[in-house]
Design a protein around this ligand. Structure first.
Ligand code: NFS
Length: 673
């Protein structure tokens, strides 16, 4: 018997998503939402109790004392499943980083079309950090050497991934001591696969030890390379005005949606869409021009740098096609649903795959090649424009929200003191005084198993009321953007008084959009700079900060979570735990779960917990922040202590008659003038 389907309101809190789900129902078209309803998760696999590593199985460990055919215990099986997921996530991020490094190399050697080095200052800063000579050398010469150094990190066999030197010194020493300093990005991923082959590593703690090394190779290796090179080639983000939600699609324009993760092609499509020949071509086809928008992290990449609107997050990819207004959805790698092709058959939309690594049966493949990037980008756009005439009925939800993205760590440093005295000092001071209680990074995916966008926005809003500054990346940031939380004026009436003062003084929204998921590396850099600034301990595990992935679903999220823990953070995942299965009723039999929390905390000061209930998530976050404040000897957080000196208070005072205003300011009765 089919499981009961959720109503659109139960499936998503986003009205534009609800509108499209009603349309999907009317048209009899399935989406990830309805497929999730029809396909309850396998309870054995979901809890990590199934081993299918060899063909003696799959073995299902559901009874007391049961083992796999080879004798594998539940903890070994759970640890093996988990590290394989972490390795896949680390591989995805890092392979993205590798491609970026090769693009930088090609740009440095004049082998590409359309790319330039946009952020020479960042290139020089990074090169100097690795002792690459920068004096009297052209940007391309420096870029060539930096690209070589970065490319070498993937296949390096011994030593340590060079980017790890950007972690706090104490943390680096800890990694050395624990033996988890990654040697080379690829080496750790390969070893994770080797160790989990039948008959290899059978000790869950030992397996998890290597999971940490693999994940550090992602966060402080592959992902950091991806972010660095993207900034060098496309510019380090600074605040711009953008928009988010399906209403960014325009009825009288050719709509091209870029979806996936790597900015190499999408940036070139942005450039091509602004050329006179393409605009002219679109007009000849009867459209006003080309409207570009993004889904998932490709959206974040071009939103952060160019202000190109985001049509939505992960669960809205199918819904964009349901509008009937999308001429082409151009995809590269990661988070692309195979269902897009079948869904697009109901409309005129063409799904165009572009990566050498990703093809989908039934999609059009136009292979991207950075050596002819601009030419290919124009080809893709012409393809989309030619499809405009095939458009049928259109229904675009009239919903879009403004936001200000673009908070790179370089910009955060700058905004706190301007170019004259850029520094993290004001942020540290605000945390130390208690104006800001602590920091939460809320990141990660949507998951159709939970109400779309609800957990991201609920947790964000509740923590803002508690004076917690929020930084976001990935699909979480798009969820909160749609709620208006990424825009100063719109968001500030919903935040605590101390945090509000800080946001007003600096002129920032209370939720800072720091980019795509590979850009979680930016959060690591911010935390390191906070530590180096002084006053909040000498390592990341002492900072009153928490990482949350309330609606996670991807293996990349597990890798991100693990490298954050290895860096000292407390990480909370919503939804279900992939290691929660307990076949025995013996107390403390959940060895892996215990180890990820207590074990990792002892070793790294960071821990991983799966907490499905959002109120419990918030409680755990605040408790952790307050504990870290107490450990640092900072004043206890007091919600009533601040909030009397910000712009809002000044506006209130200005509204008062002069005598009353003086009285309010000086605290004493003042004789009338
Ligand atoms: Ni992150 Fe970005 Fe979104 Fe999840 Fe997918 S797009 S890399 S994995 S779904 S946040």
């Amino acid at each position: 018997m089919a499981k009961k389907r959720r109503t659109p309101q139960e499936a998503s809190i986003d009205p534009s998503t609800q509108e499209m789900l009603i349309l999907a129902d009317d048209l009899g078209i399935g989406t990830a939402f309805s497929r999730a309803d029809d396909m309850p998760p396998c309870p054995i696999g979901a809890d990590g109790m199934c081993c299918k590593i060899c063909s003696m199985g799959p073995c299902r460990i559901t009874k007391d004392g049961q083992t796999g055919v080879c004798g594998a215990t539940i903890d070994t099986i759970q640890a093996r499943n988990l590290i394989r997921a972490i390795a896949a996530g680390a591989a995805a991020h890092s392979d993205h980083g590798r491609d970026m490094a090769f693009t930088l190399k090609a740009v440095a050697n004049d082998e590409t079309e359309g790319y330039v080095i946009r952020d020479v200052a960042k290139l020089r800063t990074l090169a100097a950090l690795y002792d690459i000579p920068i004096d009297d050398r052209s940007p391309k010469e420096i870029a060539n050497d930096l690209a070589d150094l970065y490319i070498a990190q993937f296949g390096q066999q011994n030593g340590r991934v060079v980017l790890t030197k950007r972690a706090p010194e104490k943390r680096q020493k800890l990694w050395e001591k624990q033996g988890v300093m990654p040697r080379g990005v690829d080496r750790e991923v390969v070893e994770a696969l080797h160790r989990t082959h039948i008959g290899d590593d059978q000790d869950y703690e030992h397996i998890m030890h290597h999971a940490v090394r693999t994940a550090i190779g992602d966060g402080w290796g592959g992902s950091l390379i991806a972010t660095d090179v993207s900034d060098i080639l496309f510019g380090t983000p600074a605040p711009v005005l953008g928009q988010a939600n399906l209403g960014v699609l325009k009825e009288d324009y050719v709509n091209v949606v870029v979806h996936g993760h790597e900015p190499t092609l999408s940036e070139m499509i942005v450039a091509a869409s602004q050329t006179p020949e393409i605009i002219e071509y679109a007009k000849e086809a009867g459209a006003k021009g080309v409207q570009l928008s993004g889904i998932c992290c490709t959206a974040n990449e071009i939103l952060m740098r160019q202000g190109i609107p985001a049509a939505g997050n992960f669960l809205q990819q199918e819904l964009a096609i349901l509008t009937g207004a999308v001429e082409a959805m151009v995809v590269d790698v990661q988070c692309i649903m195979q269902a897009l092709v079948g869904l697009a058959d109901n409309f005129h939309t063409e799904i165009i795959t572009t990566s050498k690594k990703v093809k989908i049966r039934g999609a059009t493949h136009i292979q991207f090649d950075e050596h002819k990037a601009l030419t290919i980008a124009k080809d893709i756009l012409r393809h989309a424009i030619d499809n405009f005439k095939n458009r049928g009925k259109v229904q675009i939800p009239d919903m879009r929200t403004d936001l200000v993205p673009g908070f790179s760590h370089e910009y955060i440093n700058y905004m706190l003191g301007g170019s004259y005295r850029a520094s993290f000092r004001p942020l540290n001071d605000a945390i130390m005084s208690g104006r800001i209680r602590g920091v939460a990074a809320i990141v990660g995916c949507n998951n159709p198993r939970s109400q779309h966008d609800h957990l991201h926005t609920y947790v964000t809003k509740e923590l803002l009321k508690q004076d917690v500054l929020i930084v976001e990346t990935g699909c979480s940031s798009i969820a909160c953007a749609k709620e208006g939380l990424l825009l100063g004026e719109a968001g500030l009436d919903r935040v605590g008084p101390g945090l509000r003062e800080i946001c007003e003084t600096i002129g920032i929204p209370p939720v800072l959009h720091m980019g795509s998921c590979v850009d979680n590396s930016r959060i690591l850099t911010v935390l390191t700079q906070v530590v180096e600034e002084g006053g909040l301990g000498d390592d990341i595990d002492q900072v009153p900060a928490v990482g949350l992935a309330p609606e996670w679903m991807s293996e990349k999220a597990l890798s991100i979570g693990t490298y954050c823990i290895a860096s000292g953070a407390y990480v909370i995942f919503g939804g279900s735990s992939p290691v929660s299965g307990k076949p025995t009723r013996v107390p403390d039999s959940d060895l892996v779960t215990q180890f990820l929390s207590k074990g990792w905390e002892e070793l790294y000061g960071g821990k991983l917990e799966f907490i499905p209930d959002p109120d419990e998530m918030i409680k755990a976050t605040l408790e952790h922040i307050d504990k870290k404040r107490a450990d640092l000897g900072l004043p206890e957080y007091d919600p009533d202590r601040f909030g009397e000196s910000g712009d809002a208070r000044m506006l209130e005072l200005e509204a008062l008659p002069l005598t009353e205003r003086k009285e309010a300011i000086y605290g004493l009765p003042v004789a009338g003038d």
